[in-house]
Design a protein around this ligand. Structure first.
Ligand code: BTN
Length: 266
């Protein structure tokens, strides 16, 4: 496998399963360079369109952070998805996407990875990828809810390219000891993701809570919860049926978080 293999829609499609190849192919745009695949899809592309870039000059992460996006080393991809009726469990969407990616990583042979609430992909305590979901205000009466689902995954990025990243991170190359074919990996991710999105409005939230537990790297862990200048400690007790993080605080009280920064205690 060769790091220098460029991303292309044709190569990605070759890796779809026969079943998935029989269904209408997702429309994919592969760019050499964009500011951000999320930003591009906010202004362009129909529902179901996939946007991929070899490099991003203004890649965005959660909480206004920058997402380092050097050329031809990683995966930077976004999917525009439209729901005709706003799904009841929309708050679970980013968690569902996390599991789609985790399952694809398992399919390429990675072990020891999981999801860190709300939407980081982790491998042995270090961040391998992240998800940024943004809503679009829809002008069309056909769609109640349009979202852009963006994900970035560190694939073949060497330590020297990621020196400015301000948290512990890891690439798949390091985790697997091999250079990965990004076309194949993207095909696996897109297939899991699109299948999961197509079933999303029928998601059984209890069943999902159970599936989340399997991949949850925080479950039972001692964590620091940083929220609005406050710092608290507790032990993670999974998620509830709305995707909120459940934490047993030092006081014994169970608290639920919809947004907070969670750090694993050493
Ligand atoms: C995070 O963990 O903070 C989320 C990172 C999301 C990065 C991806 S890369 C593709 C898409 N385009 C962007 O500008 N951001 C997302």
């Amino acid at each position: 496998m060769n790091t220098k293999t460029n991303l292309s829609a044709r190569h990605i499609m070759q890796h779809f399963s026969p079943d998935f190849q029989r269904s209408p192919a997702p429309k994919m745009y592969v760019f050499d360079c964009l500011d951000s695949t999320n930003t591009w899809l906010k202004d362009n592309g129909d529902c179901g369109v996939v946007c991929i870039a070899e490099q991003q000059t203004a890649g965005r992460g959660r909480r206004g952070r920058q997402w380092l996006s050097p050329r031809a080393e990683n995966i930077y991809c976004s999917v525009k998805w439209c729901f005709e009726v706003t799904p009841e469990q929309l708050s679970l969407l980013s968690l569902v996407v996390g599991l789609s990616i985790a399952k694809a990583l398992q399919k390429i042979g990675l072990t020891g990875h999981g999801v860190k609430w709300p939407n980081d992909i982790f491998w042995q305590g270090e961040k391998m990828g992240g998800i940024l979901i943004e809503g679009i205000s829809s002008n069309s009466s056909l769609h109640q809810q349009e979202v852009v689902i963006g994900f970035g995954l560190n694939v073949n990025m060497p330590k020297s390219s990621g020196e400015t990243i301000d948290q512990p991170w890891v690439s798949l190359h390091h985790a697997m000891g091999d250079t990965l074919d990004r076309n194949q990996l993207l095909a696996f991710i897109l297939e899991f993701l699109i299948n999961d999105l197509q079933c999303f409005d029928r998601l059984d939230s209890k069943r999902f809570q159970h599936d989340w537990r399997y991949w949850d790297v925080l479950y039972g862990q001692n964590v620091l919860i940083l929220q609005e200048q406050q710092e608290r400690s507790g032990i993670v007790d999974g998620i509830d049926d709305q995707g909120r993080l459940a934490v047993k605080l030092m006081s014994g009280q169970l608290a639920y978080y919809t947004s907070a920064e969670i750090r694993l205690k050493k």
